[in-house]
Design a protein around this ligand. Structure first.
Ligand SMILES: [Zn+2]
Length: 284
């Protein structure tokens, strides 16, 4: 491989892994209403500040053997897992931009802007998914900027991303108002609340970043994956419940946000490139 390209990829990987490290802080502190800037990370068990070398993404956790250096309390596998996932996602987001730049199709500044913006979108979705899975809530600080930034980005980079600002604005409105209508209809019919207001803002954001055409396949993918996950959970849950003599675990509620976020990432990375080919196959 060309050494310049290799260096670019390594730099993007390190940059993305550092974002993974920061996302761990966001996922832990934002729902608790704490600052993400200060104080520096501490062991939640013995409160000893974590040294910089223990904070190196993935490797830091491996160095300390998954235990606090001071009090030996176990440190969750989730931290290195989030860092590794975010690093891989950051690289995947960058790949098409880097190859377009290497082929001379886009200016380096535009490619860098596209990478940073789309990574911000994907990293925010990772944080939203994890926080919603933990707390059943999507923080406004993460979901509200999304539609605004999505339309703003389309103004700046619309042509390079094949998404005009008009499409982004229609996508935001379709995502937000469409979900509101579904939500209203569902609760009018059943007297229960289906989707949360966090999901409404999240869908407005997804519509703004991915365009209105992405919303139907995105909702379908999110629903299918949510159902699959629920089915798996029910099967495993029944087994666990039987083993332990517990009552059925079938009715454990499941938040929809993580599946929407997952479908959004899948659409950005794979779906939007696959969709035209699929449509062509079905049409001809
Ligand atoms: Zn400790």
């Amino acid at each position: 491989m060309d050494p310049v390209l290799l260096a670019v990829y390594v730099a993007i990987l390190l940059w993305s892994a550092s974002w993974g490290s920061f996302l761990n802080v966001v996922i832990y502190r934002v729902p608790a209403g704490l600052s993400v800037v200060s104080p520096a990370s501490r062991c939640p068990h013995c409160e000893t500040p974590i040294a910089w070398w223990q904070n190196v993404p993935v490797l830091g956790w491996a160095f300390i053997g998954g235990r606090c250096w001071t009090c030996k309390a176990p440190v969750s596998m989730r931290y290195p897992a989030v860092e590794a996932t975010v690093a891989a996602l950051g690289l995947a987001v960058a790949l098409p931009w880097v190859s377009a730049w290497a082929a001379g199709e886009v200016e380096p500044g535009l490619a860098a802007g596209g990478i940073v913006a789309e990574q911000a979108f994907v990293f925010a979705l990772v944080a939203i998914a994890m926080i919603d899975a933990d707390t059943f809530l999507i923080p406004d600080s993460l979901s509200l900027p999304m539609p605004i930034l999505g339309v703003g980005l389309a103004v700046l980079l619309g042509e390079a991303r094949d998404l005009s600002w008009q499409q982004a604005a229609i996508g935001a409105a379709a995502g937000g108002f469409g979900t509101l209508a579904v939500q209203w209809g569902y609760s009018a019919m059943t007297g229960r609340e289906g989707l949360g207001t966090g999901d409404v803002k999240l869908l407005a954001g997804l519509g703004a970043w991915l365009g209105p055409a992405a919303l139907p396949p995105l909702l379908l993918a999110a629903s299918l994956q949510g159902l699959l996950f629920a089915a798996g959970q029910a099967l495993l849950g029944e087994k666990l419940a039987e083993e332990r003599g517990l009552a059925s675990m079938r009715h454990v509620a499941l938040p929809f946000g993580p599946f929407l976020a997952l479908a959004g990432i899948e659409w950005l990375l794979v779906g939007r490139r696959l969709a035209p080919a699929l449509a062509g196959l079905l049409g001809g």
